[in-house]
Design a protein around this ligand. Sequence first.
Ligand code: FE2
Length: 406
Amino acid sequence: MPDIDPSLEKLIFNLNTLSELGTEITSANDFKRIVKSSLFMVMGSFSASKGVLYTYDSERLLFSPIASKGLTEPAGGLRLSATAMKGLAEHSRPIDLHSGESAVSLLGQASERLIRLGLKVVGFLVVRDELLGMIVISGNVGGEKYSNYDLQLLSVMAQNIAFSLQSHSLLKRLMQKYNENKELYENLRRIYYDTIHAFAAAIDAKDAYTKGHSHRVATYSAVVAKEMGWSDERIEGIRIAGLLHDIGKIAVDKTIINKPSGLNGHESVEINSHPIVGYEILSKIKFPWKGIPFMTRNHHEKIDGTGYPDRLAGDDIPQGARIVTLVDAFDAMTTDRPYRRRLSFVDAMSELKAHTSTQFDSDVVYSFVSVLKKEATGRAKSSTILPLLDEKLDTEKVSVFLKELF
Ligand SMILES: [Fe+2]
């Protein structure tokens, strides 16, 4: 085997180190490990026994050690003046701390500190004139002087490490921004829901008998929509519509809402205006979900076209409104009202059955009953509707009753 020229052998070794450095830097390993092994590779390549890798914090004008090897005392941080930093950022060439170059004087007391640590050569980590850190190594163990070629190699290695630092800090900044935005979004979301719940409470507060009505309509609507195969996003929309469906009642006189019996013509007109008033209010709000204003406007329509305010029939009534209509009626029947006591569950279900396909959409009724059957037989993941009723029910009897009725 022919002898290889020692300088060629060194070149091959250095190329190998560079390629390993590149592989390490671009690997998906954790950042601290990358930094450490990058430093070790550079030290190995130059046969240096000591080395430190510093990152630079431009706000604090401070170099902080993130990896070190072979030192007998902690590397510690190095603070430099802003002018020195500016000068160093323009200085991409590595410097020998004993050379007396102008860059050494820029380092000032920091250079004395580095020399005291037994270090000799500084490679600056610069990307597009931005100083990101520096790698500092001792002289080689053989005591040979570093050649110009060595310094050039250190410069290339430093460049590689600088890119790695930059992408890490970009990622860090990106993550920080993402987390800030996420927090902001969560806060907005909380405020949004709190506002909607406050509205729902304000609506229910107008009617002494309908405490919790909006919440129950919201919950029932969501369960039925899920049973009908709606997406999570649409379900969220109908939940909000359930909370706000009676928002138009805010404009109706409280004495009319709470009147125990027979409304006169004027009073009926006023109370029947609440779906349109609600629509007027909600259509001005830019909801992230579609259809909320119309679910509100059309929650008193009847499937045979005899409801109000638009006298829509069948599929012309939005499906969401058909769901809200049914559960609204169910909750109204199963809770006490100013003019009557609540109906029993059995009577309320018989009423729903009697008005299926005239007042209520049969598909919606079917889905509602399907949920109730699952809850009564324990096949539902968790019961939602039955526990909210004021009546203590024998689930077995409910199951048999529903089977016979539907
Ligand atoms: Fe209503």
